[in-house]
Design a protein around this ligand. Structure first.
Ligand code: DGL
Length: 281
């Protein structure tokens, strides 16, 4: 069983792509609606909430958990991988992965396996705009990971503090449009020529309003939306670590929420019409 976690509905954008690719696999998705949104919470709280959800998924039988949430990945992944997991009862058998590194690898066209100090992307001088929650942007993880691979890239960061919550609350399109327009204008004002080469939608909720980002970004800006990127990377990981697929042919999709299952199911169907119903975690 493979676990996918998000604070709310955003991770479904990733899960939907994964479940289409791994049609025979058994997935369990956990959304922490009791605490969504995570993006404006203190870091320690995000770590505690994320760890509790990963533990829950492990207890339910998932051996591999993907944090389908940039905020949780940016703030909690390293602490979970380096401090918590190695000293837990799941050490050596279970793993937890995030979605920032695959996104950065796609943006910089520098796969994890690239080791040559002379690889051509090292001289890349693009400008990349990153849109995310307050906590993701404050963590600085996107610029850090981008510059490790491409030190000459200019990274512009833009907090969209209220956007994930507004998407989760199903606010009217006109309100979402204003929030996206403000974020994009603020990001463009940070560039020298107003033309970022790429824009990373660094929050799993944002693909749900990708059309609004497209409306306000310059036509030449390539938008990187995570679901396909993350699924490509996850597929590659599972090729190398096929043990996580062994015995994993239940072909079941279980959707869990710490919130109200009826309310959450109704909201989820707005962007995934035939999605299964949520159950109480
Ligand atoms: N969907 C999440 C992300 O990718 C978190 C949004 C939130 O809970 O603030 O950042």
């Amino acid at each position: 069983m493979i676990g996918v976690f998000d604070s709310g509905l955003g991770g479904l954008t990733v899960l939907r792509e994964l479940s289409a690719r791994f049609a025979r696999a058994d997935f369990v998705y956990l959304a922490d609606h009791a605490h969504v949104p995570y993006g404006n919470r203190p870091s320690d709280e995000i770590v505690d909430l994320t760890r509790a959800c990963v533990e829950d998924l492990f207890e339910r039988g998932a051996k591999l958990v993907l944090l389908g949430c940039n905020t949780a990945t940016a703030v909690a992944l390293r602490r979970l991988q380096q401090q918590w997991l190695p000293s837990s009862k799941w050490a050596g058998t279970h793993n937890v992965l995030g979605i920032v590194a695959p996104t950065v690898e796609a943006a910089t066209q520098t796969p994890w396996a690239v080791t040559s100090p002379q690889y051509p992307q090292k001289n890349n001088t693009d400008t990349i705009a990153v849109f995310g929650t307050m906590r993701t942007i404050a963590s600085g993880v996107f610029p850090e990971e981008i510059r490790k691979r491409c030190p000459k890239v200019t990274v512009i960061q833009q907090m969209c503090s209220d956007l994930a919550g507004a998407i989760e609350d199903k606010r009217p399109e006109s309100e979402l449009n204003v929030l996206v327009a403000e974020g994009v204008q603020s990001a463009l004002s940070q560039t020298s020529n107003g033309l970022p080469h790429q824009a990373i939608l660094g929050c799993t909720h944002f693909p749900l309003v990708e059309h609004l980002f497209r409306r306000h970004l310059p036509p030449s800006t390539r938008i990187l939306s995570q679901p396909v990127i993350v699924a490509d990377s996850f597929e590659d990981y599972l090729h190398r670590r096929a043990n996580f697929l062994v015995g994993n042919e239940g072909k079941r999709l279980t959707l869990l929420t710490t919130g109200d299952p009826q309310d959450v199911s109704a909201k989820a169907r707005v962007f995934w019409p035939d999605v299964a119903a949520f159950e109480k975690a």
